[in-house]
Design a protein around this ligand. Structure first.
Ligand code: HEM
Length: 449
């Protein structure tokens, strides 16, 4: 039972629906504004829905770790819109269904598989940057979107380049269509006989057909091709020996991994490159590190732990511009956080955007300072002061994959190219879509080193 002394201060306010609808179009400002309310929990009632924003790392831990069984991802409009497309995969499922899938998918991300994925990542990046020309200005955000899409495709289906490309292209088209469907009633419209809805359903059927064909061919071949698809096919539930993922479940995980792994990593990398173009001194130091660790050969998986500055640059970029900038959980029953009652049905928000820019944990929080990420600094941080990959039972399953990819892409690009700012990219602002991107193309100048 919580005592009054243990209770952390909270603020509770009401927000009118029009004020909320106005603020919703500027979600980062809304979140930062609510983050400035006094106390460690800001509770807001909008109509009949209660929201609670947590502002301290300890409360986030209490939510994600201490209350894991009493919260769920819930059913926001966003999740409903993508549900039909992604299926009941790891990202969407809740409860026992989620736990079973997590056990089965985890081996695909085991460290022992990463070296193989790392090779694919470097090969894919090499092929992409080979087309860049000295002195040109490119939209690095667009480049990173297509690169990370190819990386997921090639690591899932390494032995079938044509198949990987077909799935990546189909996936890309569908996500673009679904992104345009952000209006009230869109999930209903998607099921209607309207021409655009039929077109989307046809595109989905074609994509599903390709994925099922690839699964079928691989099952028939047997063996282990070393890629993600093989690990998903071979995975066996440790708690229920003999139980494997069905074709439908593998299809759902394939879509989920494309969806969860592409935009987040692409946006993370775009921010890294933009920040480096703004900070030539950090870029010089990075070039020196790459020269020392990698030299003239291609970067390799085994270099990742030695590329310490590259890691610090990425850590700092993910702090300032976290691709997943807010996470929401629905309270399935009445819970308590920091001694405060949180009624059932409340949507509890833990925002990387708010907490990772808090001066209590990060001095000069708005400055890009990769050098802050010493081992001592990291070790002294409360666990949830920095959580770009979430935490608890639903933490990002692709964290090591994403980390390896970001370091190897950064090292491959920076070993050959110097990036500099263009006037049009100076004013770039963060823009939240599914993950935190930029409000305009990230046009940077590339000069061969
Ligand atoms: C910089 C890149 C990435 C970031 C910042 C990121 C961040 C996150 C975060 C914060 C969550 C937890 C969301 C929540 O609890 O509500 C998450 C979950 C997840 N991520 Fe990532 N992610 C990244 C890359 C990837 C990659 C490359 C993959 C796969 C190839 C991936 C697959 C997943 C999956 C499947 C989940 C759901 C896990 C579960 O619920 O059990 N992510 N990610």
């Amino acid at each position: 039972m919580a005592t009054a002394a243990a209770q952390v201060p909270a603020t509770s306010r009401r927000m009118s629906l029009p004020a909320f609808l106005w603020a919703r179009r500027r979600p980062l400002r809304l979140m930062a504004e609510i983050g400035r309310w006094p106390g460690e929990i800001a509770q807001v009632r909008i109509g009949s829905q209660m929201f609670a924003l947590l502002k301290s790392p300890d409360l986030v831990q209490e939510l994600l770790v201490g209350n894991a069984g009493r919260i769920a991802k819930g059913h926001t409009a966003e999740r409903r819109r993508f549900f039909a497309f992604l299926g009941d995969g790891l990202l969407i499922s809740d409860g026992e269904a989620h736990r079973r899938q997590r056990r089965l998918v985890l081996p695909a991300f085991h460290r022992s598989r990463l070296a193989g994925y790392g090779e694919t990542m470097v090969r894919t990046t090499d092929a992409a940057v080979a087309t860049w020309r000295d002195g040109e200005v490119r939209d690095l955000a667009a480049d990173m979107m297509s690169l990370t899409l190819s990386v997921v495709g090639n690591t899932l289906f390494s032995s079938d380049v044509g198949g990987a490309e077909a799935v990546a292209a189909g996936f890309n088209g569908l996500v673009a269509d679904l992104n345009r469907m952000i209006f009230p009633g869109s999930s209903l419209a998607l099921r209607s006989p309207l021409p655009f809805a039929r077109r989307i359903r046809r595109a989905q059927a074609t994509l599903d057909g390709t994925v099922y064909r690839l699964i079928g061919e691989r099952r028939a071949q047997g063996g282990d091709a070393g890629d993600l698809l093989s690990t998903l096919l071979l995975a066996e539930d440790a708690e229920r020996p003999g139980e494997h993922l069905s074709d439908l479940e593998i299809r759902n995980q394939v879509m989920t991994l494309f969806f969860a792994g592409q935009g987040t990593t692409a946006n993370g990398l775009s921010w890294v490159f933009w920040l480096l173009a703004r900070h030539p001194e950090a870029q010089d130091l990075l070039h020196a590190e790459i020269r020392r660790v990698v030299g003239d050969r291609p970067a390799a998986f085994t270099d990742v732990p030695d590329l310490k500055l590259a890691g610090r640059i990425i850590s700092e970029a993910l702090r300032l511009y976290p691709p997943v900038w807010t996470m929401g959980r629905e309270a399935l029953e009445d819970i308590e956080l920091g001694g405060n009652p949180i009624p059932k049905g409340t949507l509890v928000l833990a925002s990387q955007w708010v907490i990772q820019r808090d001066a209590r944990w990060f001095p000069a929080p708005l400055e890009f300072r990769p050098e802050r990420w010493t081992d001592e600094f990291r070790g002294a941080l409360p666990r949830f002061a920095y959580f770009p990959f979430g935490g608890g039972a639903r933490s990002c399953i692709g964290e090591n994959f994403a980390w390896t990819e970001m370091v190897l892409v950064l090292a491959t690009v920076a070993s050959r190219w110097r990036l500099s700012m263009t006037p049009e990219s100076e004013a770039i602002q963060p823009f939240p879509r599914i993950s935190l991107g930029q409000d305009r193309p990230v046009r940077l100048r590339l000069d061969r080193r």
